[in-house]
Design a protein around this ligand. Sequence first.
Ligand SMILES: C[S@@+](CC[C@H](N)C(=O)[O-])C[C@H]1O[C@@H](n2cnc3c(N)ncnc32)[C@H](O)[C@@H]1O
Length: 357
Amino acid sequence: MNLVSRARNAFGLDKYVCPRTRAPLRVDGDTLRAATGDVVYPVRSGIPDFLRFGAAEDNQTRAQLERLNRLALDKGWRAALHSVYGENSPMVRYVTEAARASFMDLLPLTEQSEVLEIGPGLGQFTALLAHRARSVHALEVVAGQAEFAAERCKQSGALNVHFAVGGDDCRLPYADGEFDVVVLNLVFEWCASRCLDEAEADVQNRLLAEMHRVLKRGGSVYLATKNRFALRHLIGKPDEHCHETRFGSALPRWIAQCLLRLKGHPRALGRLYSHNALKGMLRDVGFDKIDSFWAAPEMRVPTHYVPTDTASIRQARREDGFVQGELRSTRLLMPMVPAPLVKHFTPGLAFLATKHR
Ligand SMILES: C[S@@+](CC[C@H](N)C(=O)[O-])C[C@H]1O[C@@H](n2cnc3c(N)ncnc32)[C@H](O)[C@@H]1O
């Protein structure tokens, strides 16, 4: 192996293709360049930038992330988080709480697994995934977050991780059949937000098809997102995706759209689906073994992942200390939902889907 290909492999640069044309890319100075045509992507500190629409974050967020990244180099990643967001802030808990990573036990990971994580945020799962796999590629739309997550991985001894910035048009800069596992945790609902000239559902469908494309045959995707018909929406709690409109995403879409316009908002912040709709979308792009889980009591910090078949739900409900809802109201109501129907009203939808063809 010559020096150039060694450098490509060290940064994981050998896996990238042009996300728009899928042309192979070669390293050319501080860029990745398509062998044909004039497509060039910058590479900064080993992180290629495939963004189509430019920076995703506003100036204030960018300045905050720059400070975070400076502090991470000076004081370490954890101290940097504490300085910028506050030691006991919800943000720090969100990006450091180990219990949030318990979904990893559902994944078919081995020491040989090649993993793709889409939307790693501040790297809350990336190093943990890397410790269980052969390598992890991580694709994040916010450059400052990718930079922080890369430094966090380095400081955590996870050297088998390769970050890229991109995904804003829901096209993936990886060749077909590269990965054993793709992780998409709490990203699907937001993923189309930059593609303002396309229908959101089309963009989300494209991401599903892309994840199917980059998986090896036999590979699996873990997709967790919020549930359109979560009990909390059905009982009229405000929905952050609809600018805090009561019932929000659970309303017929045209009614939600009218209410948003009346409030002066052009559109919802992301698009949620029902259990059956999302399962159907996964099936339509080619996934053929699709298992679903109830992340209880709340999908952001679950204590249990319960398979959504009737027997498993009944069994979980018999366990001491099994909490069925994230709010006082949903804790009261969820136990009344018949076990076969629970999967339709959980706070989130969590699917493990396998590609067999
Ligand atoms: C709610 S956070 C979830 C972070 C992490 N996966 C978790 O579960 O803690 C969503 C993350 O996905 C990123 N993101 C949103 N749309 C994306 C896209 N189309 N491609 C890649 N990353 C995306 C956001 O920048 C953000 O870091």
